[in-house]
Design a protein. Structure first.
Length: 237
């Protein structure tokens, strides 16, 4: 298997208000002469640690490579870097592996603040109060310094995709499904009905909403209109 053109690049990784680090990346393509089969090998190596030389974020420890993994990566980088275009490679063995993608790690308070900085949300003077509001209003729960979304936090995220908006067939007034303190509520004018726990908000359509609004567990808010007084008929003399 001949070695195809080799690619080498250096990519800077800059952290705001800190001295950035530099990563060297190498890519080696090899395959058959007719290029019907191409194998790709890539590796990266930290050339300059920058602020990481004197500072390590303890909250980022779970995502950092361990020391022995870094040593193995440096050895692989050295081997790939010694190859030259046109070198002949021998196929030693073929090993098939199946990998499953993992969801991104949940935010900690530190990583959430960093993400807010990247998105331009808030200011350093408001970060602490924002995190406090998220916890006080039961949007998130902190477990082992990790933020876990509560029911309200998960529902707020998807509320736009499951909000029901329709009109009552009798008066044409809107029928709305919205989030409340105790969960989801269906509302038509002054009449409200809570969404049963065995139903999902995404399963509610206008017909089901009207049925719940006509059930026994409805509530009324606001001032109801008083019935008109019956005036006694007075015979004209």
């Amino acid at each position: 298997m001949p070695l195809l053109p080799l690619y080498f690049s250096t990519t800077p990784s800059v952290s705001s208000s800190r001295l950035g680090s530099f990563m060297a990346k190498i890519q080696v393509d090899s395959g058959l002469a007719d290029e019907s089969i191409i194998c790709l090998s890539t590796c990266s190596k930290v050339q300059f640690r920058g602020f990481q030389e004197v500072f390590e974020d303890p909250e980022a420890g779970s995502v950092r490579h361990k020391e022995h993994e870094e040593n193995g990566r440096d050895e692989l980088f050295r081997i790939l870097n010694e190859l030259k275009p046109g070198d002949q490679l021998s196929l030693g063995a073929v090993e098939l592996k199946q990998h499953f993608t993992q969801p991104p790690p949940r935010y900690s308070e530190g990583t959430l603040v960093k993400r807010m900085e990247e998105l331009g949300i808030g200011r350093p003077s408001t970060y602490a109060s924002t995190l406090k509001v998220l916890q006080d209003r039961n949007y998130v729960l902190v477990k082992s310094r990790v933020l876990h979304p509560e029911f309200r936090g998960r529902m707020i995220k998807d509320v736009d995709s499951i909000t029901l908006e329709g009109h009552h067939p009798k008066d044409g007034q809107p029928v709305i499904l919205k989030i409340a303190k105790a969960g989801f509520t269906i509302r038509h004018r002054h009449t409200m009905a809570s969404l049963p726990k065995n139903l999902k908000p995404s399963d509610i359509d206008l017909d089901k909403a009207l049925k719940l609004l006509s059930g026994k567990d409805v509530r009324r808010s606001g001032r109801l209109k008083s019935k008109p007084k019956v005036e006694e008929a007075v015979d004209a003399l």
